[in-house]
Design a protein around this ligand. Structure first.
Ligand SMILES: Nc1ncnc2c1ncn2[C@@H]1O[C@H](COP(=O)(O)OP(=O)(O)OP(=O)(O)O)[C@@H](O)[C@H]1O
Ligand SMILES: O=c1ccn([C@@H]2O[C@H](COP(=O)(O)O)[C@@H](O)[C@H]2O)c(=O)[nH]1
Length: 242
C-alpha cells in the first residue's frame, strides 16, 4: 500500500524511550522505533524526528528543586542531544542513513541545524534528527517539533507518546477520561488539553499542519498512520460549514 504522506515530522517522547525503566534509554525500545522509522523511509516517506528529553532532564523539574531555570533548560536541551545520538546509532545499525542536526552548536558531535541542508538530507532519504529543541530556554520539544515541521514543509506532525491519543482530561490522573478521535486546533486550545503545549498547537494551526497523537508502544502504528489509518487522535482545521 502506498503512503498518504511524503514528508512528516515525528516527535518522540523522551520518557517513552525508557521502556519499562525509570531513567535513560531502553535499547530494545530504541531499536524497535528505529525499525519502524526505517520501514516507512523504505516505503518512500521523508522523516524528520524531534526527540524529547524527559527521560533524562526537564528544566522545569530541575528549577522546582532550586536550580536556575535557564541552566536547567540548557541541560534539558543537551539531554535531547544524547537521545538524538542514540536514535542515530539505532537507525544506522538497521541500515538507515541518519543525521543529527542540533539547534545548539556542538560541532564535534553533530551538524548544526541549517534548514536548507536539512531539506537536502531529507530529499536524499536520510532521517534527520533535530536535536536541542529550539535552542532557546523556556520552550519544549513539542514547540521545536511544530517549528521544524513548519520549516521543512511537513504535511503531518506525529506525536508519539505514552498515551494513545488526546482525552477530555489527563488519563494519567482520571481513569474515566474519554479519548477523542479528532479535534480542531481551536478546540484543543480552548479546552486547554495538555498533551502538547499551546504554542505547538498554535504554530501548527497557523501553518495548517495536522497533528496525530498516538501511542509510541503500539507496534506498526507509524506505518499504519502513514498509510491513512485512523489511529490515536487527529488535530486539524475544523470542517467548514456548508
Ligand atoms: N488531555 C490529555 N490527553 C492526553 N494526555 C494528556 C492530557 N493532558 C495531559 N496529558 C499527559 O500528556 C503526557 C504526554 O505528553 P508529555 O508532554 O508529558 O510527554 P512528551 O513530551 O511526549 O515526553 P517527553 O517530555 O519525555 O519528551 C501524558 O503523560 C499524559 O498523561
Ligand atoms: O526548545 C527547547 C526544548 C527543550 N528545552 C528543555 O529541554 C527539556 C526536555 O524537553 P521536553 O520537551 O520536556 O522533552 C525541556 O523540559 C526544557 O527544559 C528547552 O529549554 N528549549
Amino acid at each position: 500500500m502506498s503512503l498518504k504522506y511524503s514528508r512528516v515530522l515525528l516527535k518522540l517522547s523522551g520518557e517513552a524511550l525508557m521502556g519499562e525503566a525509570d531513567y535513560g534509554i531502553d535499547p530494545q525500545t530504541l531499536a524497535r522505533i528505529a525499525g519502524e522509522i526505517h520501514d516507512v523511509v523504505n516505503l518512500g516517506c521523508q522523516v524528520g524526528v524531534v526527540v524529547g528529553g524527559g527521560n533524562i532532564f526537564r528544566g522545569a523539574g530541575l528549577a522546582a528543586k532550586g536550580m536556575d531555570r535557564v541552566t536547567g533548560d540548557n541541560m534539558g536541551m543537551l539531554a535531547t542531544v544524547i537521545n538524538a545520538l542514540a536514535m542515530q546509532d539505532a537507525l544506522e545499525r538497521r541500515g538507515a542513513v541518519a543525521r543529527v542536526m542540533s539547534a545548539i552548536k556542538i560541532n564535534e558531535v553533530c551538524e548544526d541545524f541549517i534548514r536548507r541542508r536539512a531539506i537536502r538530507h531529507l530529499e536524499k532519504r536520510r532521517v534527520v534528527i533535530f536535536a536541542a529543541g529550539t535552542g532557546n530556554p523556556f520552550f519544549t520539544t513539542d514547540s521545536a517539533a511544530a517549528l521544524r515541521a513548519a520549516e521543512i514543509g511537513a504535511t503531518l506532525l506525529l506525536k508519539a507518546t505514552k498515551v494513545d491519543g488526546i482525552y477530555n482530561v489527563d488519563p494519567a490522573r482520571d481513569s474515566s477520561a474519554v479519548r477523542y478521535d479528532s479535534l480542531s486546533y481551536q478546540q484543543v486550545i480552548e479546552l486547554d488539553l495538555k498533551v502538547m503545549d499551546t504554542a505547538a498547537f498554535a504554530l501548527c494551526r497557523d501553518h495548517r499542519i495536522p497533528i496525530r497523537v498516538y501511542d509510541l508502544e503500539r507496534e506498526g502504528a507509524l506505518r499504519q498512520i502513514l498509510e491513512g489509518q485512523s489511529i490515536g487522535t487527529l488535530v486539524q482545521e475544523a470542517p467548514r460549514a456548508a
